[in-house]
Design a protein around this ligand. Structure first.
Ligand code: ATP
Ligand code: MG
Length: 631
């Protein structure tokens, strides 16, 4: 077996250490877990509150924990209002570039005007505190305005990723009983227009709750507008009701902010509910400490705002921290595979945060594309969404970061609201490990009986404590939330993440993958991600998936799928070579039964491999909920 813990250690440079927002991990970590409420209260003090909280943590309804109860706030108070009274007022809040090269910029002052106008439009449409507004938009500034406008007036937003189609949108509208839908005529992807309004029309036919549809004009698509239901946004903001002044609603810390559905990698998506107070504190603290954000930084989280990564680290965390955020609507390789690198050079981006799948996708085109550009503005690089295989980690570190930028590999979930396991810039790194728990969090790896396993043994990842950014429930389904995630052991509640992981001798955590993606082969437990990583370490493979299928003797047998590098043809010899390569890397026990060469893998639209779909196909079974499958 390859022993992950023995892999190389990448130490931060003196520069990184000298300018780090948090210069040392261990002492602050010890303090944060021994004085959890004190630590979080100190972080909360850095934000503005209309009224200070009475209690930092209320455990009386555990596992339905509440944070900063009695406090009055609104996330918009911290994300926008506070900046209007300080030097950030005229600072750039959002830089947006469209796929066709169009650019729009907004200062914090400008952002406030846009959000206030949008909020007044929503009010004029009868939207009230507590209403759920569904947002289905391309990656344009209006998507962010709409989210913030909802929050500003106390409405709950439910953002549905603009890459989804009718089914996914309709089922989320139904689940949320939304009365108002915000959309756009269309979006851009690879030079083609995506017909969002038409998809929205079809979804609305199935969702009778929608009474009002507000449509932003982003393209020149012909769309149908239903006279009493559909309104052009540009018509509405031209009316006197859309004044650029709007009071921010003073809310309870525990008032709901948004619903967001999980990616649906393992089953049907769950509508996680997050609240104003704790989420503000958690996203801004994690963003400031782990990503070391500085006032002069230009921050680019290249996720879509429609995922939790976008909610927490495009919109809320960075705006609360007064950062300048980059937003790009379009494909990473359009018109050429240097598009992202061009953006980094053009705007002087300092921190890039993206996913392993995006990194592998761009790596496939070779070094010559990034090498065309001056990427020296980059200071830190981030990764999220899946375990990052060491091959991709090293490419990201060496070719994109010129060996100077720490890789902040962050493990977290829609449910957790923000980073849970991640290095600080000063943490020595091991490629493929998200390293250590973020402050305040105690994370252990346990066996089926709930006992902590020994170092280097694989088990279930659990979080032993509440944290401010945690989801409060599954929307309208407290029972399911409690049953799915929480376990009571000796009177203490533990959060079960659903992932399997191990801790090495240095206490570094290696997330292996989802619990149901750990294969038991001849009595050994193997993670699909490890097998995939071994395959991808072969120079001719760029993407891979591994699944287990029932086998009479072994219990499970490993079957794999591989996408080959550009110009490489699949053959029986290559399949054998790849199987032997995995056996060499991981041990004979992990040698796959076969390798199937494919052009694409079934992925969620956030880029995660849906192994359950491969498995169902291989077994000729029903493929289950496919609403989040990429086309
Ligand atoms: P669903 O819960 O609907 O099946 P999902 O788990 O993919 O979908 P998300 O909340 O978007 O939905 O993803 C969280 C999961 O992504 C984690 O539980 C973990 O499996 C994986 N993940 C995220 N970041 C990392 C990381 N840095 N390293 C390893 N795994 C990660
Ligand atoms: Mg999940």
């Amino acid at each position: 077996m390859n022993d992950a813990s023995s892999s190389e250690l990448f130490k931060p440079s003196i520069d990184v250490i000298e300018q780090a927002n948090v210069p040392e991990y261990q002492a602050l970590y010890d303090y944060s877990v021994n004085n959890r409420e004190g630590f979080w209260a100190e972080q909360a003090e850095t934000l503005g509150w209309y009224k200070k909280w009475d209690k930092v943590l209320d455990e009386s309804k555990a596992p339905f924990y509440q944070w900063f109860t009695g406090g009055k706030t609104n996330i918009v108070h911290n994300a926008i209002d506070r900046h209007l009274t300080n030097a950030n007022r005229n600072k750039m809040a959002i830089i947006w570039e469209g796929e066709n090269g169009q650019v729009r910029n907004y200062s914090y002052n400008g952002l406030n005007r846009e959000v206030s106008q949008f909020a007044n439009v929503l009010k004029s449409m009868g939207v009230e505190k507590g209403d759920v507004v569904t947002i289905y938009m391309p990656q344009i500034p209006e998507l962010i305005f709409a989210m913030l406008a909802c929050a500003k007036i106390g409405a709950i937003h439910s953002v549905v990723y603009g890459g989804f189609s009718t089914d996914a949108l309709a089922s989320r509208i139904e689940d949320a009983h939304s009365r108002v839908l915000i959309t756009a005529d269309g979006g851009w992807r690879r030079g083609k227009q995506i017909d969002l309004k038409t998809i929205a029309d079809n979804a609305m036919k199935r969702s009778p709750t929608i009474e009002v549809c507000i449509c932003v004009k982003n393209n020149d698509l012909e769309v149908e507008m239903e006279a009493t239901r559909d309104f052009w946004y540009h018509d509405l903001i031209a009316l006197p009701i859309a004044s650029p002044k709007c009071e921010t609603e003073q809310l309870d810390a525990e008032d709901p902010l948004f619903i967001l559905y999980t990616s649906g990698t393992t089953g049907s998506p769950k509508g996680m509910l997050h609240t104003h107070g704790g989420y503000s504190v958690y996203t801004s603290t994690t963003h400031r400490m782990a990503f070391d954000i500085k006032p002069e930084d230009r921050w680019w989280c290249a996720a879509d705002p429609g995922w939790i990564t976008g909610h927490s680290y495009i919109v809320y965390g960075p705006l609360i921290n007064g950062a300048t955020i980059m937003l790009y609507e379009g494909a990473p390789n359009y018109p050429y595979p240097n598009r992202w690198w061009q953006i980094i050079e053009k705007y002087g981006i300092n921190i890039l945060y993206t996913s392993p799948t995006a990194i592998r996708g761009l790596m496939r085109f070779g070094d010559r594309w990034p090498k065309k550009h001056d990427l020296s503005s980059l200071r830190l690089l981030g990764s999220v969404g899946e375990p990052i295989n060491p091959e991709a980690w090293k490419w990201y570190h060496q070719v994109i970061g010129n060996g100077n930028c720490p890789i902040i590999d962050t493990w977290w979930q829609t449910e957790t609201g923000g980073l849970m396991i991640c290095p600080l810039p000063v943490t020595p790194l091991k490629p493929g490990s998200a390293t250590k728990p973020f402050f305040g969090n105690e994370i252990t790896i346990v066996d089926d009986e709930g006992r902590e396993v020994a170092a280097n043994e694989e088990g279930k990842l659990i979080i032993n404590n509440p944290w401010p950014g945690m989801a409060r429930t599954i929307f309208k389904d407290d029972e399911r939330y409690k049953a799915l995630y929480w376990n009571e052991v000796d009177g203490k509640w533990r959060y079960l993440a659903g992932d399997s992981a191990k801790k090495d001798d240095d206490g570094y955590i290696w997330v292996i993958g989802r619990m149901d993606e750990v294969l038991k082969v001849s009595g050994y437990r193997l993670g699909t991600a490890e097998i995939e990583s071994a395959l991808v370490s072969h120079p001719q493979v760029t993407e891979a998936a591994a699944i287990g299928l029932p086998h009479e003797l072994k219990g499970n047998a490993i079957h794999t799928y591989a996408i080959l590098a550009q110009g490489v043809a699949g053959s029986e010899e290559l399949a054998l070579e790849l199987r032997e390569h995995v056996a060499r890397e991981m041990g004979r026990i992990a040698m796959p039964e076969d390798v199937t060469f494919v052009d694409a893998l079934p992925k969620t639209r956030s880029g995660k491999i849906m192994r359950r779909v491969l498995k169902a196909r291989a077994l000729g079974q029903d493929e289950g909920d496919l609403s989040t499958l990429e086309e």
